[in-house]
Design a protein around this ligand. Structure first.
Ligand SMILES: *Cc1c(COP(=O)(O)O)cnc(C)c1O
Length: 460
């Protein structure tokens, strides 16, 4: 199994190199040059596995044994899910016969980002301790990636991790998850006045990467979802949802996914390409509507970000869209290079969407309404991102749909209190309570002078 830039730039590389580099040398994304397939018989056999056992089976198909021998893979998986607080790791909550919530938020920082982040960071440490090297990670966050990367990196001797967050565009709880553990090898940076939130921070990080002197001096890499390892690991929860919820393997199922940078949904699409019987993906966007509109119109367009209740998906540049397009077009790198160039040049590009993708744009008003409905009907509190997925799913009630709930409600208590009218008990969590009493440590910079300031700060 080889890994190459999806634009065809450069030579294919091995797994370890693709993971440690984070992204390809032309600033594009690495992806495997082929995908393994899962047979119906295998799916049937996997039905009795626990989440971590299943992760081992799926990852064994996606990680060459010469890069990570089986015994090491087993240990890495165990270590990566040790801090999850539910016995099933990723439990499911059935609202009614056709509507199921997949709770991806029982990890240490209470969002779905923990699901892949701990594994990828542990993989970094594993490879780096073999080679004796170190890396500096620059992490842009729309609220949840930063906390997950900070937690996963804490105390890792071969990593320096810098998390950048857009001032005023994440919740105070998310901020404190970064600033209260900063110190030693983890650094939190507040970036003031960036109008397009984490998209601006991605652009900053790209600029730092493009400076090859700085990149080499700092040994820069990335654990954002541009890193193939993140997407790879996220394929597992689609298999898991399927196996835990269908009556008979072979039955079709639907997924409703709140989409931002599109890493999560792209992973689902990879699972589908590997043979998972998915009938449809509901691509759920908030009012930004970038991906929902793209799939319904067959045209991806650039726009400015508008702030919504579901802040973690206030994203207008969905990097993993290109990976999706690559997998859906038989790995044709010249097509991806041409489409991506057209998008950069004109701000929009047409493509032929896969017929299994259906976009839904969910307004804040719909998000509020569905949150109240679910709370009243089922006594179940869902965070604003999970609510976007449930709202999207409810528009297609024909077959069983798994709604991906990507954050614990306790990360958004202010919004939920306004929506419900009071603060339900389910909107609190002991770890969020505990950090409220801790000191915060952070750096602060202005977006305008960012590239210079960041480089000075990081070198110091
Ligand atoms: C990151 C995130 C998403 C979006 O996932 P992508 O892989 O970026 O599409 C959705 N909800 C929450 C809570 C998130 O943190």
């Amino acid at each position: 199994m080889k890994f190459a830039s999806i634009t065809g730039y450069g030579k294919p590389v091995g797994f370890q190199e693709a993971i440690l580099a984070g992204k390809a040398a032309d600033n594009s994304l690495f992806a495997p040059t082929s995908l393994p397939s899962v047979s119906p018989g295998q799916l049937r056999e996997w039905q009795s596995l626990s989440y971590t056992e299943l992760a081992f089976e799926v990852l064994s198909m996606l990680i060459p044994n010469e890069d990570v021998p089986s015994a090491d893979l087993q240990l890495l998986i165990e270590r990566s899910f040790r801090h999850f607080q539910h016995k099933d790791v990723i439990p499911h909550h059935r609202l009614h016969s056709r509507l199921v919530v997949q709770e991806l938020f029982h990890g240490p920082t209470l969002s779905f980002k923990d699901v892949a982040m701990n594994f990828v960071v542990n993989l970094f440490e594993y490879f780096l301790s073999k080679s004796g090297d170190y890396k500096t990670l620059m992490v842009a966050t729309s609220g949840d990636t930063g906390p997950a990367a900070a937690f996963a990196s804490l105390g890792k001797s071969r990593l320096q991790t810098w998390v950048f967050y857009p001032d005023g565009m994440i919740s105070p709880q998310q901020r404190r998850q970064m600033t209260t553990i900063a110190g030693n090898n983890v650094h939190a940076v507040r970036v003031r006045n960036c109008p397009n939130g984490s998209d601006d921070l991605d652009a900053l990080i790209n600029a730092c990467y493009a400076d090859s002197e700085f990149r080499n001096e700092m040994h820069l890499s990335s654990v954002n979802s541009i890193n193939w390892g993140r997407v790879m690991m996220q394929t597992v929860h689609y298999f898991w949802a399927y196996l835990q919820n269908v009556e008979t393997t072979g039955d079709a199922i639907r997924f409703a996914v709140p989409a931002g940078a599109f890493g999560n949904l792209c992973a689902g699409f990879v699972a589908y390409k590997m043979g998972l019987p998915v009938e449809r993906f509901v691509v759920c966007s908030n009012a930004n509507g970038v991906l929902s509109t793209a799939f319904n119109a067959g045209k991806l367009s650039k726009r400015a970000v508008i702030p919504t209740l579901s802040t973690a998906i206030d994203i207008a540049v969905p990097m993993n869209f290109w990976r999706y397009l690559y997998f859906d077009n038989d790995f044709k790198t010249d097509l991806i290079a041409a489409k991506w160039e057209e998008y950069d040049k004109y701000g929009h590009v047409q493509f032929v969407p896969s017929p299994i993708m259906q976009g839904e744009t969910i307004s804040d008003e719909e998000t509020r309404q569905v949150t109240r409905d679910i709370f009243d009907e089922y006594n179940y509190l869902i965070d604003p991102h999970g609510a976007v997925a449930v709202a999207g799913a409810r528009k297609h009630d024909a077959i069983q749909t798994i709604c991906l709930a990507t954050a614990h409600p306790s990360k958004f208590p202010e919004s939920l209190e306004k929506i419900i009218g009071y603060l339900p008990e389910a909107a609190s969590h002991p770890s969020i309570k505990k950090q409220a009493a801790l000191d915060e440590f952070e750096h602060s910079i202005e977006f305008d002078s960012m590239v210079d300031d960041v480089q000075k700060l990081m070198k110091s």
